[in-house]
Write a protein that binds this ligand. Sequence first.
Ligand SMILES: NC(=O)c1ccc[n+]([C@@H]2O[C@H](COP(=O)([O-])OP(=O)(O)OC[C@H]3O[C@@H](n4cnc5c(N)ncnc54)[C@H](OP(=O)(O)O)[C@@H]3O)[C@@H](O)[C@H]2O)c1
Length: 264
Amino acid sequence: MPGVGLVVLIGCGRLGSAILEGWLLTQTVAAADLIILSPSEKPAAEVARAQGARINPPLEALAEASVIVLAVKPAMWRDVVTPLLPFLGDRAVILSVMAGVTAPTLAEGIGGWPIVRVMPTTGVSRGRGVASVWSADDRARALGQALFEPMAETVVLADEALMDAATAVAGSGAAYFYAFTEALARAGEAAGLDAMTADVLARATLRSAADSMGEDALEALIGRIASPGGSTRAGLDALAKDGRLGVMLDETVAAAVRRNREMG
Ligand SMILES: NC(=O)c1ccc[n+]([C@@H]2O[C@H](COP(=O)([O-])OP(=O)(O)OC[C@H]3O[C@@H](n4cnc5c(N)ncnc54)[C@H](OP(=O)(O)O)[C@@H]3O)[C@@H](O)[C@H]2O)c1
């Protein structure tokens, strides 16, 4: 695709495969412009190979790369990247999707190449992810946006320190909604539904709510369901009693931010 150039994906695990699938699905990167480095065979990489991607070519091929995407575990990135550095061209950008590895830490191990950090969700595989992007370098940031905007709702963060908060909301958020859905099903059971019926209703409601959300303000969406004096309003009042919903979520996000910082 014009503007992105040759992309090297290092690591084709859970997130790396999701990114690869998203790029091909949304035609963000043409398979012919992809190099994938992976110690073992991966289904997503094999699909890309069949369309023209190169898997583990001689490292000389990296000289033309415009972006190197690091999608390995945070504990191993130095060992993976160090042997590749002599092969990179001057114009390469390093894009890290690794949680908790800061730009200064990356720069200290990598040297002079511009760095962009992106925190995506695996929903990118279906072109429906969420991604937070941060870079101190304009060209690197633009490249990060170009690679993720087609497959994720993307926000650009003003400060790298906000990456922990963005990860606590977006990266962990789906799990919070699932936990809420589970609790809603259990509450339905307590109100007399059998377990399977409560589970079907709670899950279908989450799906339906997500489908109906669109771009409308959340307050307006709530107002459309909760008429004054009605049953939904009674439920919402109980949920927010003494501000407990807000307090609970403040604590939830703060705990995730703290853990992100500890791991960083
Ligand atoms: N999973 C998520 O939802 C998510 C979300 C946001 C950020 N992240 C970040 O994404 C990164 C990857 O996470 P993950 O969940 O995808 O982990 P993962 O499934 O364990 O994937 C890591 C991959 O790195 C590969 N690898 C190991 N050594 C390598 C080498 N020398 N060269 C190239 N690849 C190598 C592994 O290959 P083998 O399988 O062959 O060992 C493995 O497939 C982490 O840093 C994590 O913080 C993940």
